[in-house]
Design a protein around this ligand. Sequence first.
Ligand SMILES: [Zn+2]
Length: 263
Amino acid sequence: MSRHWCLRWIPASNFFIVPVVLAATVVIQTTVPTRAQPFILWQTETIPRTCTEIIPVSLEAAGRDRLFWKNKTELRVRFINGSQALREQVRTYASVWNQYSGLPFVFVEGGVSEIRVSFLPDGTTWSYIGNAAQNVAQDVPTMNFGWFDEHTTGPVEFRRVILHEFGHALGLIHEHQSPAAAINWNKIAVYQYYFDHFGWSHNKVNENIFKKYATALTQFTTYDPTSIMHYPIPPEFTNDNSHVDWNSSLSAQDKQFVRHIYP
Ligand SMILES: [Zn+2]
């Protein structure tokens, strides 16, 4: 398996679980008053964290169509654990995709399922990409939400993260790594940020942020900075002060694309 890291979000309320994140937030918040044009990323209660998409190397090399589900009329989703309140959040927002996809998510209480959701509170959120989940044993999760808290996580956070992860489950990959993306990265700033806050090496940043997917893996021909599958990018990360906000809803292209692959 090759692992592809992506940005995800941990609410500030979870900082007692991940102390390093608290430290990062303090640094970030001290910079806010000096910004002439504050960016949403730094003004929220959350900061970007990493997640893992899981794509078998063989499928990645073969092209992204291989990641789409074939010969299915529905995708069964079963919970491994989690409270009823958390499960309800997942049901609610995952089902938003069903309005546009001909391959609906259907929640089941037992038996075989294509997708299995866990809420293991380890601070990591991740998903297998598309049908890569087929290679996972039935008692093992294919998607985890590692920082949801039914008492403190807000509705926008639930919506953003659940829509994003279930996008991965449908076979969608990260929009900012699309070959069509033309982001004028301030690489020095990005390297510094990820080293300071997450200890990432240059290689890890290259692999997970700057590297573009092969054309065969492209989600769509037109780059879509409003996609639910895009990272937020603060203006400090670019040379031209361009930025991408925290997308928390499906974009028009997200809807169009899922209609296209699952008519
Ligand atoms: Zn992701």
